[in-house]
Write a protein of this length. Structure first.
Lengths: 141, 214
């Protein structure tokens, strides 16, 4: 009786352990040699939430100028965890005098990021006067 | 025994005082929220909320600007002129579509790529009083005619924005789900061709009609 109970508990423990370890992370297949050429930008990071960096890996930061002379930026992040995370972000722009450009597009937006998945944060400058940017990121608690 | 009872009584008194003070010093019943934030906003399953208009407009405007559809000047030396054509509300609520359209028009204007005309719009000019006043002032001896807009000076649009907002509801047991599709097209009025199109999709699901959250 005692042995049967121990066996049952042990099995239950193993099942729980296995289900806890398995995750539904996103798998990615991509070309080894990409035809596109990214234009990386050197950024400065002010991290106020260390847990954010544990949850998200920064894969790349690119900048581009559209044909219409608008600055375009892209930030690529990856969800390192086994959980879906709601990511909130906002992009602010400054002009050549470092003055903030308050636009209707400067608002907090959100994206759900699946476990292991990548997310692309894109933004286009409000006008050709936009020269620099600030990307604000926050995870949902 | 008496000491224990006294100590207990004192602790209870302190606890009650703390509770009373914390409820007195609690947050206000009404507070201001940042219109550009998502935090603590009401989210209703079957309706488009304030923050949803912002999501839709920002997403679609960014794509329009990135597409370059308005980059090339139709007339050399003159910014492209865009009119707001028919945008249909196919949702179950009566809403003022300027909640979306204004948030698209302002970035278009600020981008320097195009100007939106208010003299021409589906259903009549946006500001009919302005046009009426121009006509009334013209020929009125009281006013200096050299400063009044002449006939034939209003600029016709080269592009128009039209679209639709569609709603689709679903329900399984207690779970309700609503799907919204915001669809916009930019048409070149010279050719009649859609030079840009976009659709922003929103799905909301919940067991309650609404809640406060993200």
């Amino acid at each position: 009786m005692k042995n049967a109970a121990c066996a049952l508990l042990g099995t239950l423990f193993l099942v729980l352990l296995t289900t806890g370890c398995s995750s539904n992370r996103v798998n990615v297949i991509e070309p080894m040699n990409k035809s596109g050429v990214a234009k990386p930008v050197v950024t400065k990071r002010i991290v106020a939430d260390k847990k954010f960096l544990r949850q998200f890996e920064v894969l790349g930061e690119n900048v581009n100028v559209t044909q219409g002379n608008l600055m375009e930026i892209q930030l690529q992040l990856r969800n390192r965890t086994k959980k879906t995370i709601l990511l909130q972000y906002r992009v602010d722009w400054t002009d050549e005098n470092m003055m903030i450009m308050d636009t209707t597009s400067s608002r907090w937006l959100q994206k759900k990021v699946l476990p292991g998945d990548r997310v692309f944060i894109n933004a286009v400058g409000p006008s050709p006067k936009a020269k620099d940017f600030y990307i604000k990121l926050q995870r949902h608690q | 025994m008496k000491l224990i009872t006294r100590t207990f009584g004192l602790l209870m008194a302190v606890a009650v005082t703390c509770l009373v003070l914390s409820s007195c010093g609690g947050g206000p019943a009404v507070t201001y929220l940042d219109p550009k934030s998502n935090e603590n906003k009401i989210i209703r399953v079957g309706s488009i909320d304030q923050q949803d208009w912002g999501f839709a407009a920002t997403s679609m405007t960014q794509k329009l600007l990135r597409s370059g559809a308005l980059d090339k000047e139709k007339k050399a030396g003159q910014k492209n002129v865009v009119m707001i054509s028919r945008v249909e509300n196919k949702t179950k609520e009566h809403v003022d579509l300027d909640l979306l359209l204004k948030k698209i028009r302002i970035p278009i204007l600020n981008s320097g790529k195009a100007i939106v005309t208010t003299a021409v719009r589906a259903g009549g000019p946006e500001d009919p009083a302005t046009l009426k006043t121009r006509k009334e002032l013209r020929g009125n001896d009281e006013f200096d005619q050299s400063g009044i807009a002449k006939k034939g000076t209003a600029i016709a649009p080269q592009y128009s924005i039209s679209g639709k907002i569609i709603q689709s509801d679903a329900r399984v047991g207690k779970v309700r789900q609503t799907y919204f599709a915001f669809q916009l097209s930019l048409t070149d009025l010279e050719t009649g061709l859609a030079v840009w199109e976009d659709e922003f999709e929103l799905v909301k699901q919940g067991k309650k009609k609404g809640a406060v959250g993200w």
